[in-house]
Design a protein around this ligand. Sequence first.
Ligand code: ATP
Ligand code: MG
Length: 419
Amino acid sequence: MRVSQLFTKTSKTVPGDEVARNAQLLIQAGFIHKEMAGVYAYLPLGLRVLENIKNIVREEMNGIGGQEVSMTTLQPRDIWEKTDRWDDQKVDNWFKTKLANGTELGVGLTHEEPVVDMAGNFVHSYKDLPFYTYQIAPKFRNELRAKSGLLRGREFLMKDMYSFARTQEEHEQLYERAVEAYCRVYERLGLGDMTYRTYADGGIFTSRFSDEFQTLSEVGEDRIFVDEAKKVAINEEILTDENLQKLGLNRENLVEKRGVEVGNTFHLESKYTDALDVYYVDDQGNKQSIIMGCYGIGISRLMGVVAEHFSDDKGLVWPENIAPYQVYLVRIGGEEAVKHANALYEELTGIGVDVLYDDRDERPGAKFADAELIGIPHRVTVSDRLITSETYEYVARNGGAATELTRHELLVKLGRPNN
Ligand code: ATP
Ligand code: MG
């Protein structure tokens, strides 16, 4: 992609209506557009990051056998009445709407009822189980406060997965396998070290705890108490002596931290399947309940967390795995530089390296400032000065001084030594 063609531009001014650093940076660098509080559009650069995060999540969910679907945003009222959740007292942050004839609808804020209703068409016998199904789709929640940029949207992107098992034992296996996949997701996003499996409230239908995945951050809304040795934490909401004892945790070694909830997995027991009359028949011909788990990851929230965490006073510092492009190619100088930069751009894109090519007739300082703000991992400069020595100037966005590299050394840096 050529910067001269990109329809978005960077901005030097910090948006006055944003207090969250992730939103300030992402707006200034041209990744997102604020439609209104808690509602953001993704611009070309931002969409590439979002897609990269989605793909990591998708690979890990597919890796444990998750089957992807896409459910609807508009939801009928009756399925929510069967679980007794339509009432605003039970679920308080719904957007609801009406058909022209007055029929009330829910606007998707979660999908347990629809997924069970859908699965009910296909699940009859023990042979039809177990399975996981998931989607990556927008969710809508009428959040009271939406001042944290992508960390708290009124419209946001979630991956939600659901497991259907025949027995409690089978459920436990599916559940732990999903948790392991979650850990791999955070690892691949560069957040593994600072993300804790955290015991939390289990929701209205079970006495068991849920597992939240909390990424340590000063801007986190949740207070958690971390056991560093065991690499687990407990949410303040359930911090009682009785629970500590149940979990085998000791109050004295726990350290208080702030966290952002980047995922949450629940044991649903058979509350939803029973309520929606979805059962299976076992190999003896007996009708049995189906045990469910549900597993959410905040995709857009994760983008905000990464932006917030991997940044410095100059701008964003994307981890390689999810960066919108791998190389920011800067061209400085006259005709010769143009020729060489064009050739390098063609060569790198030809071998599959994603390059954002700053081919504008801008001052070098302005180009470097944009490179830093946008936060692409590798910056490569082609300049008149270096053409005779057949080298490129190379700077890694995550630190280190500028060095001069030969073509081969550059390809090694980019992980393509054999080209
Ligand atoms: P919170 O306590 O932060 O409001 P929640 O517990 O209501 O979140 P869940 O229903 O558990 O959220 O949703 C699953 C995941 O979706 C959360 O772990 C979080 O990562 C993400 N998520 C929830 N609400 C939002 C939101 N308003 N904006 C962005 N991501 C969200
Ligand atoms: Mg939650």
